[in-house]
Design a protein around this ligand. Structure first.
Ligand code: NCD
Length: 349
């Protein structure tokens, strides 16, 4: 692998992604061949934020490869409640394990963990920032149903501002030629401009599902991320903006697949579930195979180089109030080559 840790999928090379997807397919076809591949290895899952699929699919992935799992489901039953900082927790737990999976409500937390970890770190969602293993799930699903990752018309609908799955997916799919993105959101929930600038993705802004669903190869629905809103009134106002129902599905092509990272709230009517184009439950299952391939490669290549950023010598300050540095300031401000915060990619003053 190009890098030791999976913080942002785009730090790995497209060849790395292809190796992961190829192995995922191989494991999917022949799971019995891999039941002892990670015998004697331990994964730690540190979930500082709720999760059903991501946590369980990582655990199931490790167990199906013959490995074992330690960790916590909520910081409430860890030493975090005694005031332990992230650095100390990571130093300790990474000494017990061969791979560490972290989900955390603050943006940049996975990068922060990678600074102190003795073993490879996987970002299982850092606030509203990124969620690279959901993207591997999405890429694996697309490969299985479409047979390709290029020349696709992709609709992204719902909370494109706080939806970390959308950010990672857009970044990844923009790497392949000919992909076109239809961004369906209210102006308040639009994709952050820095992602559009950086990816140079070809985008079409849409106000409704109806106006573009007929053109799409895939429609990616997402939930409005209630927990990331500063105001509940704002959430209430925006939450029902886009609902995919059976009537709208009539406007979709026969091969337009519907994906969703789940959990669904009410943005997809249950009547759509039985439509053969609705892939979201299968997608969640494919995610386990994508994660099996990922952890096998990461553990076997744990000596891959680590992406590091030095503490800035100039006085700089990340302006993102959800940045992990607001919680763990001792880590020190660092910036990327493009001048953004090296933890959360927030703007720097
Ligand atoms: C997503 C997440 O946690 O970002 N869920 C998941 O991992 N499948 C999407 C969401 O919570 O809306």
């Amino acid at each position: 692998m190009t890098v030791r840790d999976l913080i942002d999928l785009n730090e790995m090379s497209v060849e790395d992604w292809q190796r992961i997807l190829k192995l995922a397919e191989e494991i999917y076809q022949n799971p019995d061949r891999y039941i002892a591949s990670l015998n004697g290895k331990i994964m730690a899952t540190l979930f500082y934020e709720p999760s059903t699929r991501t946590q369980m699919s990582f655990q199931a992935a490790m167990m199906r490869l013959g490995g074992q799992v330690i960790g916590f489901k909520s910081p409430a039953n860890s030493s975090v409640t005694k005031g332990e900082n992230l650095k100390d927790t990571i130093k300790i737990v990474s000494g017990y394990s061969d791979i560490l999976v972290i989900r955390h409500p603050f943006e940049g937390s996975a990068r922060a963990a990678s600074l102190y970890s003795q073993c490879p770190v996987i970002n299982a969602g850092d606030g509203g920032h990124l969620h690279p293993t959901q993207t591997l799930t999405d890429l694996f699903t697309l490969m299985r149903v479409k047979g390709r990752l290029d020349d696709l018309k992709i609709g992204l609908c719902g909370d494109l501002k706080f939806g970390r799955t959308v950010h990672s997916l857009l970044r990844a799919m923009a790497q392949f030629k000919g992909n076109k993105f239809y961004l369906i959101s209210t102006p308040e929930l639009a994709v952050p401009q820095y992602l559009l600038d950086e990816t140079g993705a070809e985008v079409v802004f849409c106000n409704s599902i109806e106006e573009c669903i007929g053109e799409l190869d895939m429609l990616y629905m997402t939930r409005v991320q209630r927990e990331r809103f500063a105001s509940m009134e704002e959430y209430e106002r925006l939450k029902g903006a886009y609902i995919l129902d059976a009537d709208k599905m009539k406007l979709a092509g026969k091969d337009t697949v519907i994906m969703h990272p789940l959990p669904r709230v009410d943005e997809i009517d249950r009547a759509v579930d039985d439509d053969p184009r609705a892939l979201y439950f299968k997608q969640a299952e494919y995610g386990m195979y994508a994660r099996m391939a990922l952890i096998m490669l990461m553990i076997n290549e744990a000596d891959a180089p680590r992406r590091d950023y030095e503490i800035s010598k100039e006085e700089i300050l990340c302006t993102n109030t959800k940045c992990i540095l607001t919680q763990e300031p001792y880590m020190g401000q660092r910036k990327t080559e493009s001048g953004r915060c090296a933890f959360c990619e927030g703007e720097i003053k």
